[in-house]
Design a protein around this ligand. Sequence first.
Ligand code: BGC
Length: 869
Amino acid sequence: MRSRAEAEPAVRVDRLTVEHHREPLGIGEAAPRLTWATVAGAGWTQGGYEIAVDRGGRTTTGWVEGGESVLVAWPGAPLRSRERVEVSVRVRGKDGSTSDWSAPTAVEAGLLSPEDWTAVPVGPGPGTPPDGVWLLRREFDVRGDVVAARLYLTAHGVAEAEVNGAAVGEDVLAPGWTSYVHRLQYATHDVTALLRPGANVLGIRLADGWYRGLVGFDGGTREVYGDRVAVLCQLELHHADGTTAVVASGPDGWSAAPAPTSSASFYAGERHDARSDDRSWSTPGTPTGSWRPARDVSPRDPGTLVAPEGPPVRCTQEVEPVSVTPLEPGTFLLDFGQNLVGRLRLRVQGPRGTLVRLRHAEVLQDGRLCTRPLRGAPSVDEYVLAGGGPEQWEPRFTLHGFRYAEVSGWPGGLAPGAVTARVQHTDMERTGWFECSDPLVTRLHENVVWSMRGNFVHLPTDCPQRDERLGWTGDIQVFAPTAAFLYDCTGMLRSWLRDLAAEQLPDGTVPWYVPYVPGGPIWSPPRPGAVWGDAAVLTPWDLFERAGDRQVLVDQYDSACAWVDLVTRLAGPGRVWDQGFQLGDWLDPAAPPEDPTASVTDPHLVATAYFARSTDHLARTAEAIGRPEDAARYGALAAEVRAAFRSRYVTAEGRMTSDTQTAHALAICFDLLLPEHREPAGTRLAHLVRSSGNRIATGFAGTPLVTEALTRTGQVPTAYDLLLCAELPSWLYTVRQGGTTIWERWDSLLPDGSVNPGDMTSFNHYALGAVADWLHRTVAGLAPAEPGYRRVLFQPQPGGGLTWARARHRSPYGEVAIEWHWTDGRLDVEVEVPTGATGTVQLPLQAPREIGPGRHRLTADVPPDWADR
Ligand code: BGC
C-alpha cells in the first residue's frame, strides 16, 4: 500500500502483452517478445526499462537503456515446455521518473517439442458414416493433490472437450482450419478446477469439420484430409509432490459411441435428437448408448503440431430478434436486424419428439427466406425435443451466415429470449473505431466491421454462408490494411500466412485460396494470378506496417521472393505479365454477371501493375530485414517493371490504354507514372468518375484504391462524391438498400429489392469494404507513418459536406486518436499520441507540425471550398 504522503508515480505501465496473444497460455514461442504501453504525462519519454521474470525465483534484466517498448526480445533463458512464469516490467523516463512494476502477466509455454507428445490419434475407426458426431471418453483416477492440470487438445476433425460433465473452455470449431498436412494447431486448457479426487472422465465430442467433412465449392468435397476423424489429446496432471500423471489419447482405455447429434456439417447444418441425450456421458460410471473401444487411427507426426498464434473462435455477442412474424401455426420468421455469422440457441419446452427446424438466410424475397444464394449449403438445423421440461440447445459443429431465420415445428408461442443468435468468430480484440457526421457513411463502416467479424473465423474467408468459405488470397490482400486497423488480427493472419507459404507450389505459385482444396478446372491445380498471389508479399508488409512486427517479414521472406521470382519468369525480359489466366479487376460492375473476370480494365494491365507493386514492396521488405543486396536487386527490377508498364499501358500523352477508374487508380497508387503524368491521370480519373455520375466502376482490384488515387492527385472532392453517391453501383447504394454487411457484388440486391440472380451473390464479403482504410486514413485522418504507429500521420482531408469525423486505434504503443469538427471555415482538430510515439499533423493549407505524446488541440482556417482550389 502506498502511504498518503507518497504520490502516484507520474508514469505507469498500462498493459503488457506477449507476442500477439490475447491469453498467453500454451504458447508456442520459447522466447516470446514483449510489448508494453505506458501512460505518462505529456513530454515523458522512456529512457530505459527493466523486465522481471518470475520462474519460481525472480530475475530481472536490470535497467536497460532505450526507448523500445514494442516486441522487445525475451530476456534470459528460453521457456521450457509447460513452463509457467510471471513477467512484469517497469520503465524509467529520461527525466529520471520511474513507474511501479506492472501487474504480473502469466505466460505459459505449450508443448514445444515433438517429444513432449505421447498421445496418438484415437477415434471411432474406419467406415463411419459421413457427417457423424462421436463421443469419446476415457475414465481415469486422480490420486493425490493436483496443483495444476492441462489439457492439450487437437483433432482430425473438430472437437470439444468435457471433464466430469463440465465444458472445457468456450472454443468453437477447434482446432480451426490450417494447412493440416503441414500444421495442425492444438489448444491448451487449464482444467485444474474440473478435476476431483478418485474417478474422473475426459470426454470429447468429435465431428468431421474441415478434415473429413464437405469443404469448398459445388456442394463441397469430402475427405480432403482423410476418412477417419480422431482426437489427439494429452491431459497432464501435476501433483503437489512434483509427480505428473498423463492421460493421453491412444489405444488404452478410450471408448467411442455415436452422439445424439446424428449429423453435423458446415453446409448442411446439424441435427440433434435430445431423446438420446445422456448428460452423464462424460462423468464416471457406465454411460448409456452403444459404446465400443475406440481405435488407433491415422498417425500424426507430432512435429506438425503447433500452438495457436491468434485467439480461438468463440461466441462474442448474443443478438435477439428485432421482429418475430408468425407465418403459420408453429412457424415464425425471425429478423435479427443484422446479417451475422453464428448459430441460433433455442430455449424451448414441449412434448417429447417434437421436431424444431431452423432455416437461415441473409435476405428475404417476397417475405420469405431467400436461400438460393446459399447454393449447396442448405443450412438447416434440427432439434428433437426430449420433453419433460425446459431445454436449451445450440448446434456445436456448424456455422451459418444469416440475418433471418425461419423456425418451424415450434411448440406454442415464441417468447422473448426463446431464440437468440450467437455471433461466433475469431475472438480478436477490437482495436479500431470510426464515425462521422454522415450516418450512412458511419453505417457503411459498421457494415465493414460486421463483414470482418463474419469472415475471420480461424482463417480469413471470402464469405461465410454458401458452399465456399475459403481463404481467398485476393480478398484478404485488399482488406488486410482495414482489418489490421479494426481488430488485432496479427496473430491470426501470421498463422494463415505460414499456411500460404506451406501451400505455395515449388515454382512459387500461390493457390487462389489457402488452405487449398480441389475446386474444379479453373482453380485446380492452382495457377498464378495477380492480386491473389500478391498476398504473399503485400499482406506481410501490411502487418509490419500496422503492427510493427518485422519478424513477419523475416518469416515470410522466402515465400514473398518465390512469388516475385515466379512472376519475373512469367513476364520474361519484357517485364510485362501479359500471359495466362487472370481474374483481373474481378467483379467489375460492368462485367456480365455470368463472367466476373470480363472486366473493362485489361487484366494484364492489372497483373503488371501488381507485379511492379509487389516487386517494389519486396525491395522494401529486403531493406527492412537487413538484406541490402536483395533490396537493390528488387528495387532495380521494380523500376524496370514500372517502365515496362508505362511503355505498354500508358500513351505518350499519359493516358491509360484502359481508360478506366481501375487502371488510373492502380497507376497512381502504385507510383507507376512519370511525374508529369500524375496530375493529368488524376484529372482523367476524376473525369471518369464524374462522367459515370459519381458511380463506382471498379472491382476487387480498383475498389480499395480509387478514393486514395483521387486524394493523392488533389481530387479530394471527387473522392467524396464517389464515397457519397448512393446510386447503383456505389457503397452507399448497399447501405440505402438496407445492407448491414458488405456485399460481394455492388448489386447483390437489385434496385427493385430482388436478389441478384447470379450464382455468386453473397451478402457478406469484406473485399469491397477495403474503402474503410481510406475512411480511417483520409476522412478521419489517422495513419501509421512508421511501422506500428511509432510515428502517426494525422492528415484529415475533410470534404463531402461532413462536419465532423473521428477515429481511434489501439496501436502497440497505446491509443492513437483524432477528432475534427469543421464549421464556418474553421477546422478544429484534437489528436492523441501515446507515450513512445510521435506525430505529424498535416492540416489543410498549413505546414506540417511535429508533435509528441499527449492530447493536442489544433485549429486551421479551412474555407468550405478548400479542396476545389
Ligand atoms: C470468391 C471470392 C474470390 C473469387 C475469385 C469467388 O467465388 O467468393 O471472393 O476472390 O471467387 O475468383
